[in-house]
Design a protein around this ligand. Structure first.
Ligand SMILES: C[S@@+](CC[C@H](N)C(=O)[O-])C[C@H]1O[C@@H](n2cnc3c(N)ncnc32)[C@H](O)[C@@H]1O
Length: 266
């Protein structure tokens, strides 16, 4: 991927505000679905807020399908338990930790959108405590402390690859004053779970996604991206462009991989 994809904020809100029902007849491929008829003024969060009529709900569903269709790619469902040869072939679109998919090719007249938690493979996912133990030792701990003193995250903070939550550990005093201003994104459920156990006040502020698949209408004053190596981001991905797109006017992103921090301005 070399160009930033463009996703409307309306589509983010509509896909995330929908009600999803677990597909109990397909327990071997655990996923949920939203049906067009569930897009109404009761079941859909946006519908409730706006007082949708049934026609408005149906039209919103169709708008989302139309926007999603050209963004979808055909691929095997990436279930790590299955080899490439036996996976399900689907049309899919990945956003904010979920894979939205449909078995047939994208076509007008869809009535169903499926989704399943996206499966990522990340280091330390199964043992986040060991990560904290390993990197909490001197001399690394001193360098980490110096980095956070320099980055000084404040205001609306986005922590890219927040991992086990060292940004919150080291900047707790500032961030805990209003956890609602903090957003941590990371594809690792293990790391996020550990962060939430250490800092329950931040639980609601964590999103399980990669940076590449993160879509939001929010803009941030400071973005911290610490120790997320270039190899962890998709090859050729326009990293600086994506970070800049997430900054509020006057904001800055601070990227650190152990050497001198690099800064990007809005
Ligand atoms: C070495 S840890 C750093 C965690 C934390 N920032 C710190 O300094 O302790 C790297 C983190 O990046 C996450 N990560 C990997 N690929 C990512 C991606 N594409 N977007 C965002 N985070 C990613 C991993 O799950 C992991 O938690």
């Amino acid at each position: 991927m070399t160009e930033l994809r463009s996703v409307s904020t309306e589509m983010i809100g509509l896909l995330e505000g929908a009600r999803y029902q677990f597909a109990r007849t397909m327990a071997d491929c655990p996923h949920s679905y939203t049906h067009q008829r569930m897009w109404n003024g009761e079941d859909h969060a946006v519908g409730r807020e706006r007082g949708w009529t049934d026609e408005e709900g149906q039209a919103a569903f169709e708008r989302v399908c139309a926007e999603m269709r050209p963004l979808m790619q055909q691929r095997f469902f990436d279930d790590p338990r299955k080899t490439e040869e036996v996976g399900w072939f689907n049309w899919y679109f990945d956003m904010n930790g979920y894979r939205y998919f449909n078995i047939g090719p994208p076509a007008p007249g869809w009535t169903l959108i499926n989704r399943a938690p996206r499966q990522y493979r990340t280091a330390f996912a199964g043992d986040p405590q060991t990560y904290d133990d390993l990197f909490g030792q001197p001399p690394l701990a001193g360098r980490i402390k110096a980095f956070y003193a320099h980055a000084a995250p404040a205001g609306r903070v986005l922590d890219v690859g927040c991992g086990t939550g060292r940004t919150v550990d080291y900047c707790w005093k500032t961030l805990a004053a209003d956890p609602g201003l903090y957003t941590g994104i990371d594809p690792s459920p293990g790391a996020l779970g550990w962060l939430a156990l250490k800092h329950p006040a931040f639980r609601e502020r964590l999103i399980r996604t990669t940076l590449e698949e993160y879509e939001t209408a929010e803009r941030h004053d400071v973005i911290v991206m610490a120790n997320v190596g270039p190899e962890e981001v998709a090859p050729g991905y326009p990293l600086d462009e994506k970070l800049r797109s997430l900054l509020a006017p006057g904001g800055r992103a601070v990227i650190w991989n152990g050497d001198a921090p690099r800064e990007i301005r809005a």
